[in-house]
Design a binder for this molecule. Structure first.
Ligand code: B16
Ligand code: MG
Length: 215
């Protein structure tokens, strides 16, 4: 029996994974290191700090602590300017529909995101009041792939872990959900197809009846 849906934000609810990519690309150019969509898969879902660490590690590049902090600030500045104009039109396919399914079936909904910008983004999308429980990057000590973000969401929803489905678009998020003992569905990111036995191209493909029959 499913009683809770926990949604990742960037790449599941809203198309801001593209904006993250563009901002990291600008930073990579400034660092004079390689970066492309395929390398970006390693960054998706990681916190800002862990993403920069990963970008440097992939390129075997070392920078000072001071530079590291400044690049983090700059990345967020670029990212925030890129998402300045986002609105409901950036909400991904199937979001409104799956929220209706949740309402109809008395399923609680929560956000479990690594982003420290999550609340601001949800406000821009007019979805902030739709999620009573929002766990973001400011509220966890251990970011994805640690399961803390999802465990906190389930606790606040007062749902058992095995009653919740996590919807994720990043490998780090899939690992986090699995480590936490959650049911998990990969969404949109075709690279997840071989990583999860449950994959949907968009939230609009989700059928609760079919899913419950399978589990
Ligand atoms: P910020 P999610 C994650 O959000 C993104 O996937 C990831 O690319 C980003 O680095 C991370 O948030 C931190 O975001 O810089 O805004 O704090 O996918 O977990 O909703
Ligand atoms: Mg994501």
């Amino acid at each position: 029996m499913i009683n809770g849906f926990i949604f990742d934000l960037d790449g599941v609810i809203v198309n801001t994974e593209e904006h993250h990519y563009k901002a990291w690309k600008e930073i990579a150019n400034k660092l004079n290191v390689d970066f492309n969509k395929s390398l970006n898969e390693n960054l998706k879902g990681l916190s800002r700090k862990e993403s920069l660490k990963k970008l440097l590690e992939l390129n075997k590049k070392k920078i000072s602590e001071n530079e590291f902090v400044n690049f983090l600030i700059e990345k967020n500045k670029i990212y925030k300017s890129l998402i300045d104009g986002i609105d409901e039109t950036n909400i991904l396919d199937g979001v409104q529909n799956i929220l209706k399914i949740a309402d109809k079936n008395n399923i609680s909904v929560a956000i479990g995101s690594s982003s420290k910008n999550a609340k601001m983004i949800l406000k821009k999308l007019n979805l902030y009041n739709r999620f009573k429980i929002i766990i973001d990057g400011n509220m966890v000590t251990n970011p994805k792939p640690d399961p803390e973000v999802f465990i906190k969401a389930a606790k606040l929803m007062r749902k058992k872990i095995d009653e919740c489905i996590v919807f994720e678009d990043a490998v780090s998020g899939i690992i986090a959900a699995e480590r936490g003992g959650f049911k998990v569905i990969g969404v949109r990111n075709l690279n997840l197809k071989n990583r999860t036995d449950q994959f949907i191209n968009s939230l609009s493909e989700f059928r609760l009846d079919d899913y419950e029959k399978k589990i």
